[in-house]
Design a protein around this ligand. Structure first.
Ligand code: ASN
Length: 310
């Protein structure tokens, strides 16, 4: 039985589709890092564990451990490190491995892995509009790059891609919900043939660090990019809360304790400049570019929620 499970787990290694996906993955990583460097972004190394990590807005299993009397957690996202690092470094990016021990209901979504990498970006004094425009350049740029550099892989996968035209459509969360109901993200993703934005997400639908719109109380200055053809969420990001009183209010609104984010709250108390940023899940992007039904096809050792992994 055990042997059978291990065989299933390493199944992607025996498939030709994996080789194509890994070549496309290489194009993604080198294109994004070259492009971001060319516009002044500095790469910072990833943080694998820390005393504070992203609380997320949905439940996952705990990854905390103790080391020399202190509690650490494995990184769920580098959101706090980005917001602090950017205060000194202006424009940063990192290829950040994240561990989110998702529950078994995420096993068959085709787009969840419990271990994945996101390219996480943050820019000092930037607005949501700035970040939307950067993300649009990156997404349409990578489609063009893959069409050119991975012509043979796309041919072998029988995948046709269209370079999305900028600017991408922006849909307000409230309007999408009103028109398509709770499942709007999947419904719209299946309907659309180009990526599109969901913006102005209600405050209780996201973590405390996304900034509340000063002109639209109860809604955030954030943005989610959704892939077309049913591939679902691509990006999440937005402007950040940077005033300490607002941060503390938002932490308490979530029923969380500032102690959970101690070093970040201390740094924020000394004063932060505004920033904005976003993250693009690399495996989800590669899955979209390859047109695969399941995300586990893009990586040799996939960690599928609720399933045994090696
Ligand atoms: N990378 C996201 C952001 O920049 C945060 C996340 O992964 N939850 O907003």
């Amino acid at each position: 039985m055990e042997e059978l499970i291990i065989k299933e787990t390493i199944e992607p290694l025996g498939k030709e589709t994996l080789r194509a996906a890994l070549k496309i993955n290489g194009t993604v990583r080198s294109y994004f890092s070259t492009f971001l460097r060319s516009i002044g972004y500095l790469e910072i190394p990833p943080v694998i564990y820390s005393t504070a990590t992203d609380p997320l807005n949905h439940p996952v299993f705990d990854t905390t451990f103790e080391y020399y009397g202190r509690k650490y957690s494995i990184t769920k996202s580098m959101i706090f490190h980005k917001q602090i690092a950017v205060q000194h470094l202006d424009k940063i990016f990192t290829f950040s491995p994240n561990v989110r021990l998702e529950t078994a209901d995420k096993a068959s979504t085709g787009r969840h892995l419990s271990e994945f990498t996101q390219i996480d970006i943050e820019c000092l004094r930037a607005t949501r509009d700035d970040m939307i425009s950067l993300a649009e350049d990156m997404i349409s740029g990578i489609v063009a790059e893959v069409e050119e550099k991975n012509y043979h892989e796309l041919l072998s996968l029988k995948r046709t891609l269209n370079i999305p035209r900028k600017p991408f459509l922006r849909i307000k969360y409230k309007d999408a919900l009103g028109k398509y109901g709770k499942n709007f993200e999947n419904v719209l993703s299946a309907k659309m043939s180009d990526p599109f934005w969901i913006i102005d997400i209600p405050i209780n639908e996201r973590e405390f660090y996304d900034r509340e719109d000063p002109n639209n109380a109860g809604y955030l200055l954030d943005m989610d990019l959704i892939y077309p053809e049913g591939f679902g969420e691509a990006i999440s990001g937005g402007e950040r809360e940077f005033e300490i009183n607002k941060i503390l209010q938002r932490v308490s609104l979530k029923g969380q304790s500032p102690d959970q984010f101690k070093w970040f709250i201390e740094a924020a108390s000394r004063g932060l400049l505004p920033s904005a940023g976003f993250g693009i899940g690399i495996e989800r992007l590669v899955r979209y570019l390859c047109g695969f039904p399941k995300i586990e096809m893009v990586t040799p050792f996939p960690k599928v929620p609720g399933k045994y992994s090696i």
